[in-house]
Design a binder for this molecule. Structure first.
Ligand SMILES: NC(=O)c1ccc[n+]([C@@H]2O[C@H](COP(=O)([O-])OP(=O)(O)OC[C@H]3O[C@@H](n4cnc5c(N)ncnc54)[C@H](OP(=O)(O)O)[C@@H]3O)[C@@H](O)[C@H]2O)c1
Length: 283
């Protein structure tokens, strides 16, 4: 029998995060534990009620912008279980077309990027051998979505601290009104996703050999276009969109396979295929 597995998903009370919890609950064993986390106690409790599955599911309040809370949960799970096996930073803040994006950028980036950095730093070190740390990003996160003059900020070889500083610099440019002149895209989701994928690449590069030796996978994923609160205001055509429960299946396949494909390590994966970091600039 397998030892008990501990899984955790952030931003899991709705959308893709909720579907990931449901999928893990269905595909893990009855001795395994899935933590459904979210920022609001009422929404977390209500979501836990809606999950049916085989594994145990527990709700936990975790606001990913609260780095001390992220660190405390990692320490608590390590003390109680000796570490974690599956960690999925997935949370994203609401972004509405009704207000200027500059007004929404601080919160949006704090959740998507600050949350990802906090989870990588807190949970990466306590991921057990054979574990999975999979950031839900997007195909908007390949580097070719940015102006080439911005590429050095996120290039391979940069550290997680340097990626974080690049994201902070972009936010500062938004507030100074210089972002457009510097070449940053107007839709803040794009640099945010590039920052997430770059953060995963930077962190994964520090531990690639050890992880591949013991079957651990760190990667980012794109779920494709999925009908959720986050996507609905931004796209007109949902004819090709998937429902969350369907969209998460390839992500769960990546997580639950026993054999890690080394070509996926540190990369952005969509439907089981690696998306080249440099996109159309890739040779
Ligand atoms: N939907 C798509 O088409 C699509 C495509 C590509 C990538 N993605 C990515 O997939 C991920 C999930 O997106 P989604 O579409 O499922 O979004 P969603 O339905 O809007 O769900 C976002 C989740 O994040 C939570 N959240 C917000 N702020 C938080 C905070 N400070 N701490 C913890 N949780 C917080 C939300 O909680 P509340 O309910 O309390 O607000 C909610 O549970 C995101 O990274 C998104 O960028 C989505």
């Amino acid at each position: 029998m397998r030892p008990q597995r501990i899984a955790l998903v952030t931003g899991a009370n709705q959308g893709i995060g909720f579907a990931l919890v449901e999928g893990l609950a269905a595909r893990l064993d009855s001795s395994d534990l899935v933590l459904l986390t979210g920022r609001d106690p009422g929404r977390v409790a209500e979501a836990v009620e809606r999950v049916s599955g085989i594994a145990q599911v527990q709700g936990r309040v975790l606001d990913v912008t609260d780095t001390a809370a992220v660190n405390a949960l990692a320490a608590e799970l390590t003390a109680q279980y000796g570490g974690v096996d599956i960690v999925i930073p997935n949370a994203v803040g609401p972004l509405t077309p009704d207000r200027p994006q500059a007004e929404q950028a601080d919160t949006f980036v704090a959740v998507a990027n600050g949350g990802t950095h906090a989870v990588l730093r807190a949970f990466g070190p306590v991921l057990r051998p054979g574990g999975r740390l999979i950031v839900v990003a997007s195909s908007f996160g390949t580097l070719d979505n940015l102006d080439p003059k911005l590429h050095p900020l996120f290039a391979d070889g940069r550290s997680l601290d340097q990626i974080e500083a690049a994201v902070d610099g972009w936010l500062a440019a938004i507030h100074a009104g210089t972002a457009e002149d510097e070449g940053w895209p107007g839709w803040i989701n794009t640099p945010s996703k590039v920052g997430q994928v770059a953060a995963v690449r930077a962190y994964a590069a520090t531990r690639r050999e050890a992880d591949l030796a013991n079957g651990t996978l760190i990667a980012s994923v794109c779920p494709g276009l999925v009908r959720t609160r986050a996507s609905l205001p931004w796209f007109d055509d949902f004819s090709q969109a998937r429902e969350p429960a369907e969209a998460v299946q390839p992500i769960l396949d990546l997580i639950l396979t026993d054999q890690v494909d080394p070509t996926a390590y540190g990369e952005l994966v969509r439907d089981g295929k690696v998306l080249p970091w440099l996109g159309r600039f890739a040779r």
